[in-house]
Design a protein around this ligand. Sequence first.
Ligand SMILES: Nc1ncnc2c1ncn2[C@@H]1O[C@H](COP(=O)(O)OP(=O)(O)OP(=O)(O)O)[C@@H](O)[C@H]1O
Ligand SMILES: [Mg+2]
Length: 683
Amino acid sequence: MKKGKSFVVAGVAVLVVLVLILFVTSKIIILGGFTRLEAENVRQDMNRVLDALSNELVNLESAVLDWSNWDESCAFVADGNAEYVRTNLPTKTFSSLNVSCMIFMDSGGRIVFGMEYEPEEDRLTPIPESLKKHLDLSRSLVGIAGTKKGTAGLIALPEGPMLVSAQPILTSEGKGPRRGTVVFGRFLDTSVTEKLSRITHIKLKFFGINDDNIPTDIRDYGRLRTGGNPVIVRKNSEESISGFGMVKDIYGNPALIARVDLPRTIYQSGKKTIYYFMAWITCLVVASFILILMLFKKLGDITDRKRMEKEMLRAQKLESLGVLAGGIAHDFNNLLTGILGNISLARMHLDPGGKAYERLEGAEKASERARDLTQQLLTFSKGGAPVRKTASITQLIMDSAGFVLRGSNVRCDFSLADDLWPVSVDQGQISRVINNLVINACQSMPDGGTINVCGENYTTLPGDLLPLKEGRCVRISISDQGMGIPEENLQKIFDPYFTTKQKGSGLGLATVYSILKNHDGYVEVESKEGTGTVFTIYLPASENVPEVEMKSEEKKMPVPGMGRILVMDDDEMIREIASEILHYLGYDVVVCGDGSEAVDLYRVAKESEKPFNAVIMDLTVAGGMGGREAMVKLLEIDPQVKGIVSSGYSNDPILARYRDYGFCAVMAKPYNVENFTEIVQNL
Ligand SMILES: Nc1ncnc2c1ncn2[C@@H]1O[C@H](COP(=O)(O)OP(=O)(O)OP(=O)(O)O)[C@@H](O)[C@H]1O
Ligand SMILES: [Mg+2]
C-alpha cells in the first residue's frame, strides 16, 4: 500500500513537472513562433503605409507635371502676366488639386508666383518664409537647373511636414531648355493621414521628428534610428501592438516617425492554440497515467496472488515435514531424556574439575545440541504450539541478541520504541527466532560489523498485502551489512535444510518461519548482494496487560527441595531418570506406568499421612490412560492437585493451553537437573 501510494505521488509529481516543462517549452516554441509572425506582420503593415505615402507623392508629382510641361507656364514665368494668374490660379484650383501651395519660379530662381491656400477661409496667402528657404536653387528641391528631371519628397517645416514635388518648366511637348520650376506642396495633415489609414485599413499616426509634444520613447527611437529601414515593434499590452517606421525628408535626413497600431490577433490565436494544445496533452498524459496505474495494479494483483500462492505452498511443505519431524521427535526426545538425564545425574555425583566430570560436561553439551536440533524440528511440527504469555518483548530481544553476540566481533545497535505494545508469545520460541536471525546476521559479517535491531508499533492496513490479520502489531527488523542473499536463493532460504554454510543445518529460518506462523505473525526478507540483509518480523499485539517482564532463559543452579512427588510415564528409562533426579534434589519419589495407576496411588496417599506434593505425568501412554484423562480424575479427588504435564511431542494443544486442563506447569522432554529444579520449585 505504502509502495502504491508513493508510486502515485511520484507519478503525479512527474506528471505535473512534465506538463509544466511542456507548457514552458510550448510557450517558448509555439508562442515564440506566433510572436515572430506577429512582428513580421507589423513590419509588412508598416511597409504598406510607407508605400501608400509614396503613392501620394506620385499623385502630387503627376499633378505638377500637368502644369510644368505647358507652353503657357513657360510664357508666364518669362513675363509674369496677370491674366495667367487670374485664369489659372484661383483658390478653386488649389482645392480641386488638393494642394497647400503652388510656386512658379523662373530660371534664375526668382519666385514669379507663390501662394499658400487656406481652406478654412478659402483664400490665398503668401507662402511661409520657412518654405522659401527650400526654394534656393542650390538646394535639392529645386536644384535641378539644367536638367529635365523633377523631384518629389518630404520636407519638415515648422508648420508641419509637407509633401512636395518640383518639376522643371518645359514646353507642352516636354522640350527644354528649362524655363523655371513649378513646385506643389501638400501638408501631411490629419486629412492625408486619415486617407492613408482608409486606403491601408491600418490605424496610423505621423510624428514630426522635432515635434515638441511627441512621446519620449518615440523621440528616442527617432534619435537612435537614423540609418537603414528599421521597423521597431513594441507590445503595448496583451491586446495591442505598435510598429514604428522612419520617413526621411527629401535631403535624406530623418523627418517623420510613422506609427501603426494593430490588434494582437495573431498572438491571441497563438495563445489559444497553446491552451488547446496543453489541454489535449494534459488529458492524454493523465489518461495514460491512469492506464499505467491500472496496469500496475493488475500486475501488482498478479504478483500478490503469486506471492500468496508461494506462501501457501511453503506452509503446506512445512506442514507435511512437520508431521514427519514430530513423529521422530517424540521417540528421539525420550531417548535424549535418558541420555541427558543420566549424564547430568552422573555429573552431580562427581567433583567438578575432574577428568570424568569434564568428559560428561562435553557429552552433556553434545546432547544439548541434539536437543536443540530436536526442538528446531519440533517447532515446525504441531507439537511446537507456543505456550504463550502476554509480555513486553523489549528485554527478551536485547537479552537474546546480546547473548548470541557475546565474544564476537559484531556489535548490536538497538532502537526499540519505549511504548512497544505487549505481545502474547512463547518466550522460548521468540527468543529462538531472535537468536537464529542474529546468528545469521553475525555469520554474514565474518569481518565484524553492526547489526541494527529496530522495534516499533505498526498497524496493518487493508492494502498492506501482508499475510496478517488487520490491526495492531509489533514490527521488529534485524539488519546487517553483510554479504547479502543472491536473488535466486531468496525463495529457498525458509526451506528446511537449505543452507549455504559448511556447518549449517539449514533449519534456522525454517524454524523462524514456523514459530512466527504459529504465533499468527509473519517474517519477510529484503536483501541485496554485497550490501546487506533485513529480516522483518511481525507479531500481533495483545490486548491484555503484560503478565511478566520477559527475560531470556538463564541456567538455574540445582537447589535441594523437600516433599513427595509422583511420576507417571510409560517409558521405564524416563521413570528411572526422573526419580533419580528428584531423589538427588531431595524429594521423595513414587513412579508408575499409566494414568489409572497414578490416580489410585494419589488417592491412597491423600488419605494417608504422606500425600503427594506434585504429580508429573506423561501426556501419551501407549495402551493406557494418558496424563490428560488422569488429571481430570485427580482434580475430582483433590481440586488443589499440582499436576505437571511432561511431553516430548504431542499433536494435542494441551501443551500450549495446559492451564485449561488443570495443569500448573509444563516440562518439556528431554530434561536435566536444572529443568527439574526450576519447575518443581516454582510450584
Ligand atoms: N543475514 C543473512 N545474510 C546472508 N545470508 C543469509 C542471512 N540469513 C540467512 N542467510 C542465508 O539463508 C540460508 C539459510 O539460513 P538458515 O538460518 O535457515 O540456515 P543456516 O544458517 O545455513 O544454518 P543453521 O541456522 O541451521 O545453522 C543460509 O545458509 C544463508 O545462505
Ligand atoms: Mg542460521
